[in-house]
Design a protein around this ligand. Structure first.
Ligand code: ASP
Ligand code: MG
Length: 408
C-alpha cells in the first residue's frame, strides 16, 4: 500500500474552520486507499505569540524551557485535527514528536533529527488509522523536548516521509508553489512547476521561505518527491524530485532575499583567519547559519546573521573577546540580503558584474557583495530590498512569460 505524508502549515490550520477543511483533504487522500501520515504546524501565529510571552518574563530564556514552551503550539493542532477527523468518521491518532519516535541531537532550539523509530506510527497505520504528528519537535537522548528551528515542521514532514519510504510528501501552504522570487514582493515572479532537489535546496538555503532547506535534504536522501501546493486554491503546484531538468539555459534560476539581517563587525583582530575559522566551528556546532567575511585591509571580520540568532552570537563573541583580542565591535540592524541563485554561479564572474551594474543603475546602495558556489549576494538597506529584488529579477530575464519552465 502506498504511503502519503501531508503537511499543513500554520496558515492552513489557522482556525478551527480551516482545521476542518484540512481534515476533508486528509479524508480524501485516505479514501483513495493510501496510508496517510499528517504533519502540522502550530495554528496561525501561535509560535510568535509564545515567543512574545517569553519577552515579558526574560530576555535570556533557558533553551530547555523555550523548547518546552514552543512545542506546545503544534500539540494543540494535532489533537484538534485528530478530533476533526474522528468527527467525520475517520480513525485518527495524534502523536507528539517523541511519541512519533523522532530523536534529535541536543542543540535545543535548532535541533537536527538523528533518527526516527517508526514502529509506533507503522502499527497505527496497520490498524487503518491516520496518524497526525506534531511538526517542529523531537526528543533528545536525555529525554528533553527539542525544537528544530523556525519553520521546522517542513523538516519533520520530509524526514518522516523518508523514514517511512513514502510515495510522496505533500506540503500544503499559503502559496501555490515555488516561484522564481517571492510573488508577494516581486509581482512578476514566475511559478516553477518542476524543480530538482539541488535547485530547490539552493533557493531555500538562500532565503526562499516556501520550504525549509533541511526538508529538501531529507527528501533528497531517499528520493521522496515533494509536492508544494496551496491549501486553499486548486491547480498545479511545484513538484520537487530527482528527475527535473535544469530550467532553460538561463544560469540564474531565482532571486531570493532575507529582510532582517544584522551585520556584526569586529575590528583590529590580531589573527583574522584564526578567528574566522574558530568562529565558524563554534557557529556550526550550534547550527547557526552565518556569512563570515574577512576584510583584510582593516583586519576586521564581518558576520551576517539573522535577527533570531543575534543575541546568541553576541554572547559568543563577548566570551571570545579576550582570546581573539579585537578592539571593538560594531553592530548594524535594518539590513537585508538579496541574492541571485544558480548552479555554479561562482564560475561565471559576469553574473556578479551584471548584478552590481543593475543595482548601481537603480540607485541601490550596496554595502557588501559576497559569493558562494550557488549565489551572489548583495547586502542592502532593508528599505531598498524590494526594489533590488524586482530589478534583478527583470535584469536576469526571470519575469513572468520570459522564463522557461522546466519540464519533467
Ligand atoms: N510553528 C513553528 C514555527 O512557527 C514551526 C513551523 O511552523 O514550521 O516556526
Ligand atoms: Mg514554512
Amino acid at each position: 500500500m502506498s504511503t502519503i505524508v501531508q503537511k499543513f502549515g500554520g496558515t492552513s490550520v489557522g482556525s478551527t474552520e480551516r482545521i476542518k477543511r484540512m481534515a476533508d483533504r486528509v479524508m480524501r487522500e485516505k479514501e483513495k486507499g493510501h496510508d496517510v501520515v499528517v504533519v502540522v504546524s502550530a495554528m496561525g501565529k501561535t509560535t510568535d505569540a509564545l515567543v512574545k510571552l517569553v519577552s515579558d518574563i526574560t530576555s535570556e530564556p533557558s533553551k530547555r524551557e523555550m523548547d518546552m514552551l514552543l512545542s506546545t503550539g503544534e500539540q494543540v493542532t494535532i489533537s484538534l485535527l485528530s478530533m476533526a477527523l474522528q468527527q467525520q468518521g475517520v480513525e485518527a491518532i495524534s502523536f507528539t514528536g517523541w511519541q512519533a519516535g523522532i530523536q534529535t541531537d541536543s542543540v535545543l532550539g535548532n535541533a537536527h533529527i538523528q533518527s526516527i523509530d517508526t514502529g509506533r506510527i507503522l502499527n497505527e497505520l496497520d490498524h487503518g488509522k491516520v496518524v497526525v504528528v506534531a511538526g517542529f519537535q523531537g526528543v533528545t537522548e536525555d529525554g528533553d523536548i527539542s525544537t528544530l528551528g523556525r519553520g521546522g515542521s517542513d523538516i519533520t514532514a520530509a524526514a518522516l516521509a523518508s523514514a517511512l519510504k513514502a510515495d510522496r510528501c505533500d506540503i500544503y501552504t499559503d502559496v501555490d508553489g515555488v516561484y522564481t522570487s517571492d510573488p508577494r514582493f516581486v509581482p512578476k515572479a514566475s511559478k516553477l512547476t518542476s524543480l530538482s532537489y539541488e535547485d530547490m535546496q539552493n533557493l531555500a538555503s538562500m532565503g526562499a521561505g516556501v520550504l525549509h532547506p533541511r526538508a529538501v535534504k531529507h527528501a533528497k536522501k531517499f528520493g521522496i518527491p515533494l509536492y508544494i501546493k496551496s491549501s486553499f486554491e486548486k491547480g498545479r503546484g511545484t513538484m520537487i524530485h530527482g528527475k527535473a531538468k535544469q530550467i532553460g539555459s538561463n544560469p540564474v534560476i531565482g532571486v531570493t532575499f532575507e529582510k532582517d539581517i544584522n551585520r556584526v563587525e569586529m575590528f583590529d583582530c590580531e589573527d583574522v583567519e584564526g578567528f574566522r575559522k574558530a568562529l565558524m566551528c563554534e557557529l556550526a556546532s550550534r547550527h547557526i547559519q552565518a556569512d563570515v567575511y574577512k576584510q583584510t585591509c582593516r583586519n576586521s571580520l564581518s558576520l551576517l546573521i539573522k535577527e533570531q540568532d543575534l543575541q546568541e552570537v553576541l554572547s559568543i563573541l563577548d566570551k571570545e573577546k579576550e582570546k581573539w583580542m579585537y578592539s571593538r565591535i560594531e553592530r548594524k540592524r535594518g539590513l537585508s540580503k538579496v541574492s541571485v541563485i544558480g548552479q555554479n554561479i561562482k564560475s561565471q564572474p559576469a553574473i556578479k558584474m551584471d548584478m552590481c551594474k543593475i543595482l548601481l543603475e537603480n540607485a541601490v546602495r550596496v554595502k557588501l557583495v559576497g559569493e558562494s558556489a550557488i549565489s551572489v549576494t548583495a547586502v542592502v538597506e532593508k528599505s531598498q530590498v524590494q526594489l533590488a529584488a524586482e530589478r534583478l529579477h527583470t535584469g536576469f530575464g526571470l519575469d513572468y512569460k520570459v522564463v522557461m519552465k522546466a519540464s519533467m
